[in-house]
Design a protein around this ligand. Sequence first.
Ligand code: PLP
Length: 232
Amino acid sequence: MYGAGMNWDLSDLSIAERRAAILGRIADAAKWANRDAADISFVAVSKQQPDDHIRAALAAGHCVFGENRVQEAQSRWGETFKDKRADLELRLIGPLQTNKALDAVKLFDVIETLDRMKLAGAIVKAAEKTGTLPELFVQVNIGGEDQKSGILPDELPAFLKGLKREYDIEPAGLMCIPPFGEAPSPHFWGLTELAARHGLEKLSMGMSADYETAIKMGATHVRIGSAFLGAR
Ligand SMILES: *Cc1c(COP(=O)(O)O)cnc(C)c1O
């Protein structure tokens, strides 16, 4: 329920206990929506977290992580926890500059923030060098906010056509960050509808405060930072 306050606050628990609690909530929300919990991926947002929190998450068996800066992610997953990398799925959930595209393509399995043609070009060119194209999600500016990155809902059809025509790529899904301070549900519904209209199966939406709502509305990937790994 939106506005229910701190009902997602699990800070008294250990990281392993929080993980179990969050997985339980994910399962409950999936059940409510008549969905299979196995179709929902819990992405741990590890940005700005100290190494011992990451270590605890890894020890608890967590293996899907989201990062919003390429450089920070390189230092964490390419250096500190390099020995764990092979067992993990890493997802870029923050803005990507074209001059970092090669680094991002080298490090990430999934880039969730494709939001312009020029970036698509840089990612494709980088993938030609590395030999692998990460899975791509298009970030949608679902609330039509001035300052926010993402493709506007009305411009999505043309953007998808352009990706196909220019680069022969089809994204796996859509990602959004609803406007801060607004009820997220209408925006989650909006993203679900857009994805359905374009035959896209994956939906990255929902964060610590609203992931259960997002799952009830169709999220396949929820990005949970503070509720799992602690306040930043
Ligand atoms: C930081 C971040 C999150 C996680 O936010 P929490 O509220 O800590 O769960 C999710 N998505 C994106 C894009 C982020 O930058």
